[in-house]
Design a protein around this ligand. Structure first.
Ligand SMILES: NC(=O)c1ccc[n+]([C@@H]2O[C@H](COP(=O)([O-])OP(=O)(O)OC[C@H]3O[C@@H](n4cnc5c(N)ncnc54)[C@H](OP(=O)(O)O)[C@@H]3O)[C@@H](O)[C@H]2O)c1
Length: 343
């Protein structure tokens, strides 16, 4: 173990400008990963695109080049450490270095905890949590060799709060947050604070995610509103690369839910449980499916076609406004009871 470097500063940004940087993105064949690749390509960055769907990656890479960036498509399975190592090594060989790494690949299995097959639960842990572990392990030596850099984990507001029917996903996203906090501490105390570790906590995002998820609910899956466009997360990631912070929400609803959860966790847990139970499913019946949990299913689409649910902020604000009022009343009642007891 080494002592911290003199002159260490927290949250060190990229050592060079974005148009001169190389960024690896996992889960880049679809949704937020593709949107992030385009946001970076537009700024002239070189992007290495990783996911299982080679054809979809090629399409995203082609679009990145049209937007002014350089792009390399590397078919990768994040559950396989050797595959992630190859991704890192190929990127460094092609572009000379790695300045930033975005762990973004994820899958979900939706259903009651005791109805999700154990093999699927395990695979969600392997893709989401172990995939992030593999990404960090592969990235750190390269970020160190570049003289510093930024690693971004795209988690979810479900890294801070919980939602019914998403137990495996929630567990992995909470795990990613703990993992990121620990690695950040270790980098600081071992003199590697020039590598920043950041976690993004997005709200619901309009991507193909809800069509890709394994489904054991018996009903069609819908994204709980309000739904934000993937560019909201992509731009948050770009900001993190320029000015790293420990964590950032993406989408105002995530900030609101996070605040509610910190202020009154028991009440927020009830409210969100009720809200998600009501809004996560449509009326149509669906047979059980394993979605993209075991096999690639990406087609380079950024959006999931949920624009209609984007503007349903009113319902959500009403639900959480009610909960906030409840929190205030509960807090006042607790204070007045305490002062009566003290008198
Ligand atoms: N959509 C939301 O509401 C939302 C909200 C908060 C956070 N997020 C997070 O945002 C990230 C991106 O999700 P998204 O919404 O853009 O969903 P998405 O469109 O389904 O994208 C998921 C990506 O992960 C890749 N992937 C899945 N398993 C993989 C594996 N084993 N190895 C390599 N790549 C794999 C998929 O590509 P292949 O099938 O080609 O491998 C795809 O590119 C995820 O971390 C998700 O948890 C999403």
């Amino acid at each position: 173990m080494t002592d911290p470097e003199p002159g260490y500063r927290p949250g060190m940004p990229l050592t060079r400008s974005l148009d001169d940087s190389t960024v690896v993105i996992t889960g880049a064949s679809s949704g937020i990963g593709a949107a992030t690749a385009y946001a970076l390509a537009r700024r002239g960055a070189a992007v290495a695109l990783a996911a299982r769907s080679g054809a979809a990656l090629d399409q995203v890479a082609q679009r990145c080049r049209e937007l002014g960036g350089q792009a390399l498509a590397v078919p990768t399975d994040v559950t396989d450490m050797a595959s992630m190592q190859r991704l890192a090594d190929r990127t460094a060989a092609e572009f000379g270095r790695i300045d930033a790494w975005v762990n973004n690949a994820a899958v979900s299995a939706v259903g009651l905890f005791d109805e999700i097959p154990v093999a699927e639960f395990r695979r969600v842990l392997e893709v989401n949590l172990l995939g992030a572990v593999h990404g960090i392990r592969a990235a750190l030596p390269h970020l160190g060799a570049a003289g510093g850099g930024v690693l971004v984990n795209n988690a979810s507001v479900l890294a801070e709060v919980a939602m019914p029917y998403q137990s495996a996903y929630n567990a992995t996203k909470h795990g990613i947050r703990g993992l990121a906090d620990t690695v950040r501490q270790e980098l600081r105390v071992t003199g590697r604070g020039h590598i920043s570790i950041c976690t993004i906590l997005p709200a619901t995002i309009d991507t193909p995610f809800f069509r890709h998820a394994a489904n054991h609910s018996g009903r069609e899956l819908l994204p709980p509103p309000p739904v934000y466009p993937p560019e909201v997360v992509a731009e948050t990631i770009v900001r993190m690369l320029r000015r790293p912070r420990r964590e950032a929400y993406a989408g105002g609803a995530a900030r609101l839910i996070g605040l509610q959860w910190r202020l009154a966790p028991a009440l927020a847990e009830r409210t969100l449980g009720w809200y998600a139970h009501r809004t996560q499913f449509g009326p149509a019946a669906r047979a059980d499916s394993t979605g993209n949990v075991f096999h690639a299913d990406a087609d380079a689409h950024r959006n999931g076609g949920w624009q209609g649910r984007r503007r349903q902020l009113v319902r959500m604000t009403a639900a959480f406004g009610l909960a906030a009022a409840g929190t205030a009343v509960g807090t006042m009642a607790a204070f007045s009871r305490r002062s009566r007891l003290e008198r």
